[in-house]
Structures are given as structure tokens and as C-alpha cells.
Write a protein that binds this ligand. Structure first.
Ligand code: HEM
Length: 192
């Protein structure tokens, strides 16, 4: 099988997107675990039970959200970074580099078609996530809760894609695309 060469621009955009998504996942992980509002509220409640102060459940949750906010702001900053990176990723093919992979190309095996469709579905999911995220931040209040419902679903395609992608890359590395991982890290002499 022909070995793909990855240009400098392809590699820079790839790793900027990959690292941003992993950091974004980390903020989601923190929100669901250590910094979960109910957990934090329970810690405050536990602390207050040893004092003569009392807070209502509503006050506890509101305090917990305030504690979580500086961490969650990073989710939003990374969202802006990803909006910039994806805008670049979509603009670049107009000027030549980083053309989109075409799943309708001739002579593609089922495996290659599957791989190319996976990227297209992933990009579609990312566009929906970034769009709903921006509406939550800047759009009208009436749309906020419906946008949040869609935005939250993003975790499923993101984790699904990362698992499929890493499995695909490692299988390629150990079968017919030996060296693919070092080529996406340090490229090779002949760029495409
Ligand atoms: C150890 C981690 C990773 C490795 C070794 C890796 C490796 C690769 C390689 C070799 C390709 C090119 C595949 C091809 O020729 O079709 C690729 C493409 C891609 N990777 Fe990764 N990747 C990693 C992590 C990630 C992560 C975390 C994301 C995002 C969540 C990501 C998103 C993408 C996307 C969207 C493409 C397609 C780019 C395009 O052609 O439009 N990768 N990756």
C-alpha cells in the first residue's frame, strides 16, 4: 500500500486539534468527577455540619458552581481555539494544502471508504458542537437549553471517534502502514 506523506501544515493542524480535544475532554472529565457540582456541594455541606452555619441546597449548589467556574472557563477558551483551528482547516484546502479526503474516490477499498467517512462524520459532529457551543455563549437566552441538550451529546461522537481513530492508526502501524505514527509526528522528506 502507498505510504502517505504528511506536510508540515497538516501535522501542525493535526496535533493542535488533537491536543485541544484531549484538553477539552479533560475539562469534561473534571466536570463529571472531582468538580461535579453535587460532589463539591456535599464537601461544603460536610464541612458546615461541623460549624453552626447552615446553607440551603440551592445555596450549596450555587457555591459549588462558582468554585467550578474557573476550571470550566478553560472548556470555553479551548472551544474558541478549536473554532479557530477548524476555520483554518476548512479554509486551507481552498489554497491547496490539506485537501479533504474523498470517500467517493475510485478504487477505494471498503476499509479506506470507512476511514474517510469516519473523518467526514467527525467533522460534521465538530461543526455541530462548535456551533451549539457558540450559541450557548452568545446566542439568545431562549435557545440556551435546547442548544445545551444537543451540545452535551457531542461527547458520544468524540469518544467514539478517538477510540476508532487510535485503534485504526495502531492497526495501520502494525500492518500495512508501518511508520505512519512517526510520519504524522516528524513527517518525511517528500511532502504532499
Ligand atoms: C496518539 C494520538 C494520535 C495519532 C498517532 C494520530 C495519527 C493520525 C494519522 C496518522 C492521521 C492520518 C491518517 C490518514 O492518512 O488518513 C490522522 C488524521 C486525523 N486525526 Fe489523528 N492521531 C492522534 C490523535 C488524534 C486526536 C486526539 C484527534 C481528535 C480528536 C485526531 C484527529 C484527526 C483527524 C480529524 C484526522 C484527519 C485529518 C484530515 O485528513 O482531515 N487525531 N491522525
Amino acid at each position: 500500500m502507498e505510504k502517505t506523506k504528511y506536510s508540515k501544515i497538516y501535522r501542525i493542524i493535526h496535533w493542535a486539534i488533537a491536543i485541544s480535544f484531549l484538553l477539552l475532554l479533560f475539562t469534561i472529565f473534571l466536570r463529571l468527577t472531582w468538580m461535579n457540582k453535587n460532589n463539591v456541594a456535599a464537601i461544603i455541606q460536610d464541612y458546615l455540619s461541623g460549624t453552626d452555619q447552615v446553607l440551603s441546597q440551592e445555596q450549596l449548589i450555587s457555591l459549588a458552581k462558582k468554585i467550578r467556574q474557573p476550571m470550566w472557563n478553560w472548556h470555553i477558551y479551548i472551544g474558541y481555539i478549536l473554532t479557530g483551528l477548524f476555520s483554518l482547516r476548512f479554509i486551507l484546502p481552498i489554497f491547496g494544502p490539506m485537501k479533504f479526503q474523498n470517500p467517493f474516490g475510485k478504487n477505494l477499498s471498503i476499509k479506506e471508504k470507512f476511514q474517510k467517512w469516519t473523518y467526514i462524520i467527525f467533522y460534521l459532529g465538530v461543526v455541530i458542537s462548535l456551533f451549539t457551543g457558540l450559541i450557548i455563549e452568545f446566542g439568545p437566552k431562549e435557545l440556551k437549553s435546547s442548544m445545551e441538550e444537543i451540545h452535551i451529546l457531542g461527547i458520544y461522537y468524540l469518544i467514539g471517534f478517538i477510540v476508532l481513530h487510535l485503534a485504526g492508526v495502531f492497526i495501520a502501524e502494525f500492518t500495512d502502514q508501518k511508520g505512519i505514527i512517526s510520519r504524522i509526528v516528524s513527517g518525511s522528506k517528500k511532502d504532499y
